[in-house]
Design a protein around this ligand. Structure first.
Ligand code: BGC
Length: 749
């Protein structure tokens, strides 16, 4: 058979590498190109059935980093040469990707370039804060920058495609993967999803610094019962459409090239076999023209789910549902040929899957330059450049949320004589990188201790770990108390280890693990001022700490620049500006507790017995969604609605006056929530619809206007149509989901 990738075709492809682009509200969405489709027609016409199947098969390269590191095995090289794989994951580095790509484009018959994928979740060699922390910035530009830097680094190392952003809504913090997403809210989650896609994909996928995004895990993976990973999801279609799907749609509108099917089932159908999700919604309703990859072995897992009896049936269900690429299950590799021959999978279905994958390879410019200008020189210049490290520090400090600051203990004076830095996370290089940190070097972590020493070189800085993150050993606590007694102020770094959140890392308790609560108690008992510096991958239940300690700083896992970013905030060179992307419960037993719940027929009233509440704990969270303090204070006044009656096609415009009532400059995140008072289906008590970050100097007053199109008030009705229902709405404008000025407006038809 003659090679199908001819010189004239190659020329056409090079001309096509500069795709025409459509600017969308959320980002840059590549337009459908007839030229690319023609090129794909020619390629598909020349492929054997085996080669077509090969394009749909993805293998792991086993974290191969090339000649000097781990090497990919020879079996995989042969598969590439024989055209039996179209994509590899977990192969890292310009030299090894170059070497394998060369086999694909020079030694395989079809000469179709490979697609290299990797979980670039929050940084590559420069580690940024975990995604949950980045969502706490409430700053789309910062989040886009983080993804842009990560993309440029990964692309220089031969990566074309990241399995990110993770856009799963998580209402239950026991679920460890809450760390990988943007928290509990659909609106904030959608803003962050779009920002990440824009950052990864840049202005044009064929730009060699861009990597293709993958919106995952489609869908409702975060709805796992009990917060236990991979668990069953049973939700109404309205909840699916109104709560869980919008961030995916936002990612798609921003141009995301791929989606990943999730592990879970929804209402009895596992996502990887769901025609409804992968075709009806994604392709038919939303018009997605990229491809869908399975999660790791999620096609094979249709069997334990009890949805398929054999690997062949699993492959048949998945491909007919619209799942294009099989990550690691081998179900496609081993069964598609016979399924096509038997007519259980139509040849046209297979061709469509191949087409979608080739389309994205074209858009990435892989046919024009399969190496995407990767060289070891470019790689060395890009990875951990000074600019990237500075970006990581900037994003990290924006992610910090000040939860408590009694008597303005913070910011600390830079003239403090003696500071005790205590706790198992105080001088810890491993954990601050957080989950899914990829090919990071934890030696590059600036610990809290390092950061404090660098910020206040003239102070005496003492250190004691006190206890481990987990375990029962209390032997180090008395030494820590001894150190605390010598200090003017204590910085106590407590929280979780990096491997307590992330995949398959659900916890049944959200309290501080191990003996850390004892350490906190003992240090607090010295009577010295204590700042609790939390490092963790999820909301924690901190009732005891919040009742006792004067200051609490939530720093999540901030990545390489941890210590510098925290010191910037502690000593006031940066005023904290983060806000919680998820509610913090008082005790674990309150979860799931999320702000946009329904009201019930007996709304919680802690003074009335027969209401929807617990006997032993107030019904409110300890810290609500959207909460965060700074070093000044703000007053909200004069809520005014431009027009108290609006048409369903108009906008609602709400104005307030905001005053900085403190003695320092600072940023407020003004949040607008609405409640649809009466609906044909019951509506949440509040839903975030807009927010604006405002900076004010001491004493300064400004008016802040937030406008939303009335169409944003739409929800999915009993007939599965989204519409705005006429009627009265309450609007709240305030600093978090638990407070705010109140107004009302009416929507009419
Ligand atoms: C995870 C995905 C990830 C994939 C590849 C799976 O276990 O669920 O999020 O992208 O592995 O590493």
């Amino acid at each position: 058979m003659k090679p199908i990738f001819s010189a004239s075709l190659a020329l056409l492809l090079i001309l096509n590498s500069n795709l025409s682009l459509t600017q969308t509200a959320g980002g840059v969405k590549p337009a459908h190109s007839p030229d690319i489709e023609h090129s794909i027609d020619s390629i598909i016409a020349g492929l054997t059935l085996q080669e077509k199947i090969g394009q749909l098969v993805q293998y792991s390269g086993g974290w191969s980093t090339g000649p000097t590191g781990r090497r990919i095995n020879d079996e995989k090289r042969t598969l590439i040469k024989e055209g039996k794989t179209g994509s590899l994951l977990n192969v890292i580095g310009s030299s090894v990707t170059h070497e394998l790509q060369k086999i694909a484009v020079e030694e395989s018959r079809a000469k179709i370039p490979l697609l290299f994928g990797l979980d670039v979740i929050h940084g590559f060699k420069t580690t940024f804060p975990i995604p949950l922390a980045e969502a706490a910035t409430w700053d789309a530009e910062a989040v886009e920058l983080s993804a842009r830097v990560s993309a440029a680094e990964a692309a220089s190392s031969g990566i074309h495609w990241t399995f990110a952003p993770m856009v799963d809504i998580a209402r239950d913090p026991r679920w460890g993967r809450i760390a990988e997403g943007s928290g509990e809210d659909t609106y904030l989650g959608s803003v962050m999803a779009a920002a990440r896609v824009r950052g990864f994909q840049g202005r044009n996928l064929s730009d060699p610094t861009a990597i293709m995004a993958c919106a995952k895990h489609y869908a409702a993976y975060g709805g796992a019962e009990g917060g236990r990973d991979y668990n069953t999801v049973d939700i109404s279609e309205q909840t699916l459409r109104d709560v869980y799907l919008p961030p995916f749609k936002a990612a798609l509108d921003a141009g995301a090239g791929t989606f990943m099917a999730s592990f879970n089932e929804i209402n009895g159908v596992p996502s990887s076999g769901s025609h409804f999700l992968l075709t009806t919604i994604l392709r038919d309703e939303w018009g997605f023209d990229g491809f869908v990859v399975s999660d790791w072995n999620s096609i094979g897992e249709l069997i334990p789910h009890g949805y398929a009896g054999t690997p062949a049936r699993a492959a048949e269900l998945a491909i007919n549902a619209g799942l294009d690429m099989d990550m690691e299950s081998r179900c496609y590799r081993d069964n598609l040929e016979s399924l096509v021959t038997q007519g259980k999978v139509r040849a046209a279905t297979l061709d469509s899957a191949v087409r979608r994958i080739l389309r994205m390879k074209f858009r990435l410019g892989l046919f024009a330059d399969p190496y995407r200008a990767c060289t070891p020189e470019r790689e060395a210049k890009t990875l951990r450049s000074a600019a990237n490290i500075e970006a990581a520090r900037n994003v990290a400090r924006k992610a910090i949320v000040l939860l408590k600051n009694e008597h303005s203990l913070l910011p600390l004076s830079k003239n403090v004589k003696t500071i005790a830095v205590i706790g198992p996370l105080a001088n810890n290089h491993r954990d601050p990188v957080g989950t899914w940190a990829g090919p990071t070097d934890t030696n590059n972590v600036v610990t809290l201790l390092d950061g404090v020493r660098a910020a206040v070189p003239a102070s005496r800085v003492l250190f004691a770990p006190g206890c481990a993150i987990d375990g029962t050993d209390t032997a180090g606590i008395s030494a820590a108390v001894g150190v605390a007694r010598q200090a003017d102020v204590i910085l106590l770094a407590a929280g979780e280890s990096e491997d307590m959140s992330g995949e398959a890392r659900s916890r049944s308790s959200l309290e501080l693990p191990g003996r850390q609560a004892d350490l906190v108690q003992a240090v607090h008992a010295t009577g010295k001022p204590v700042v609790l510096v939390l490092m963790n991958g999820r909301p924690l239940a901190l009732s005891r700490e919040a009742a006792n300690l004067p200051a609490i700083l939530e720093t999540w896992f901030l990545g390489h620049e941890t210590g510098h970013a925290i010191a910037d905030v502690l000593f006031g060179s940066y005023a904290p500006s983060g806000r919680l992307p998820a509610s913090f419960p008082r005790v674990t037993g309150q979860v799931p507790i999320y702000y946009n719940h329904k009201n019930t027929g007996r709304p919680a009233d802690d003074s009335v017995h027969f209401t929807s509440r617990y006997l032993d704990v107030p019904s409110t969270p300890l810290y609500p969604f959207g909460f965060g303090l700074t070093y000044t204070s703000f007053a909200y006044a004069d809520l005014a609605i431009a027009s108290p009656r609006v048409k369903a096609t108009d906008s609602v415009s709400v104005r307030i006056t905001l005053k900085n009532t403190g003695s320092r400059g600072g940023e407020e995140v003004v949040q607008l929530y609405v409640r649809d008072e009466v609906g044909s289906l019951t509506r949440p008590v509040r839903e975030l619809k807009a927010y604006r970050r405002v900076r004010l100097e001491p004493g300064q007053t400004t008016s802040v206007t937030l406008s939303i199109p009335a169409t944003d008030l739409a929800f999915t009705g009993v007939d599965m149509r989204r519409r705005v229902e006429p009627g009265m709405f309450t609007v709240y404008v305030g600093p978090n989901a638990g407070e705010g000025l109140v107004g009302r407006f009416e929507v009419f038809e």
